[in-house]
Design a protein around this ligand. Sequence first.
Ligand code: GAR
Length: 192
Amino acid sequence: MKRIALFASGSGSNAEKIAAYLANQSEITISFVLSNNPKAGVIDRARRGFNAGQHVPVILFDRKTFYETERITQLLRDQEIDLIVLAGFMWLMPAGLVQAFPNKIVNIHPALLPKFGGKGMYGHFVHEAVVAAGETESGITIHYVNEHYDEGQIIFQASCAVAPTDSPEDVARNVQVLEHEHYPRVVAELLA
Ligand code: GAR
């Protein structure tokens, strides 16, 4: 059995798609969801079992625990986690955690890296920047995570057109379709 830990601090739509996809794969399980945001939509989704079967435990942590203790790294080690999946998690991963799980942490970014990445570039800020720059395409990047925001090795990209009349909300919608289509499959393939 391969074990995934999902880090998420937003609505959790990607986490839910991943859970639904993995519900059909008996050899991969989601051990728990970790979040820094007690109000994150992902928490309710996880407690409902992501509408895909089993209840998934949620672990909430604060900044001090994450950056000043080894507790999260130790938990991931103790549970023998094979892959850490960031699905809308906005905090930088601490160096100790990255070093403890080399090439075992993946993230999805809602743009075509290396463009529109880095600190502060998340969620709607990304789509606003894409439209402001007059880009003709955007997309998704699934990449390994290192100690720097959005700089790890790229695993997969997919793109969508951006029309001159598109609003950031239009771009967000098109990018989300790509995220839901590809992230679950790529995660499963990394564990194959
Ligand atoms: C996704 O669009 C993801 O790419 C983005 O947050 C959203 C989370 O949505 N991540 C980043 O911007 C990371 N820099 P979700 O909570 O509905 O899955």
